[in-house]
Design a protein around this ligand. Sequence first.
Ligand SMILES: Cc1cc2nc3c(=O)[nH]c(=O)nc-3n(C[C@H](O)[C@H](O)[C@H](O)COP(=O)(O)OP(=O)(O)OC[C@H]3O[C@@H](n4cnc5c(N)ncnc54)[C@H](O)[C@@H]3O)c2cc1C
Length: 314
Amino acid sequence: MVRMDESLAAWLDAHADSLDADTLHADALPARLARAGLFTAAVPEGEGGDGRALSAAVDVVAGLAEHSLGAAFVYWAQRAVIACLLASPNRDLVRRLVPDLVHGRLAGAPGLSNAMKFLGGLDRLRITGTAAPDGMRLNGTVAWATNLSRQGFLAAIAVGGEHGDNPAVFALPHDARGVMREPDLDLLALRGTNTAALRLDEVVLDASWQIHPQARVFLPSIRPVFVGLQCGLGLGLARASLRAARAALDLLTLRLRMVDIAAAAVALELQALGGRALLRAESGGYARRAREAAFLAVVTPTVAHLKGDLARLA
Ligand SMILES: Cc1cc2nc3c(=O)[nH]c(=O)nc-3n(C[C@H](O)[C@H](O)[C@H](O)COP(=O)(O)OP(=O)(O)OC[C@H]3O[C@@H](n4cnc5c(N)ncnc54)[C@H](O)[C@@H]3O)c2cc1C
């Protein structure tokens, strides 16, 4: 498990509700993640990373998800685009883009779920490309993409022929003519993740933007990285929930101990007083305390109720 940078952890805890409910900190978030050096995790040293195994990046996702799933998902989005580029045979493109992505100077937005669904036979490709003298002419939509920073982004997209044939994977720069970022989707959660749709209207990209010529080869090869990193999302969320449940469990245990200690103290008082404890005039308040201790055991949640809850939680 990686140790989360303390100032980042504090920032996430302070802003987790906002990252879930509004867009106030959407653009600050990637910068905070980059400042903590997190995008270098599991990137080869030759590409500016820390050279560790992919599990290090899964740990980062899980660590973030313990504080905010929105933050973890934005990290996933950036890291997924970095993974696409690292697997690209287009070395010029890698050299041109990876340093900015790894240092968080450029936001990466993976717009590939449509293509993943297409390869699984669940959808048709939503972006078509036709050959043009100056490259490929793209039209269509990306229904969902996260980390579409308003300060600029690079989206990874799949582009098919007219009938979805021979799809290829491209890097789409935000400032290419004809790229339109829609307003943020009106989400119920994770609203601070810069998640929106893209529209492509006669966008021309030349071959220098091609990540891979064959999506059918490339996407299955990248899928284990996407899915592996996603495992961190649930791991982190589960850890946070278990920690909270454990804390509540401790509290229930304390509450039970409180009843036990009070009852034991009253029993000790009885032993110390002996027969006097039963004489009205001489019990010195013992009788009242014995009745009060009885109340502690039955006030809701009663001892029986607490023991039932603890048995269920255990
Ligand atoms: C907050 C958020 C952020 C997101 N960020 C990104 C992102 O960065 N990049 C990205 O690419 N996507 C992103 N997505 C999209 C996400 O990855 C899924 O693709 C999307 O949520 C699936 O919904 P849909 O409306 O496309 O599903 P639909 O295609 O409408 O399908 C609905 C359900 O039916 C199932 N289904 C569909 N067809 C079939 C079939 N033929 N047989 C059996 N089951 C079927 C689907 O698996 C799904 O469970 C994001 C979504 C959300 C909510």
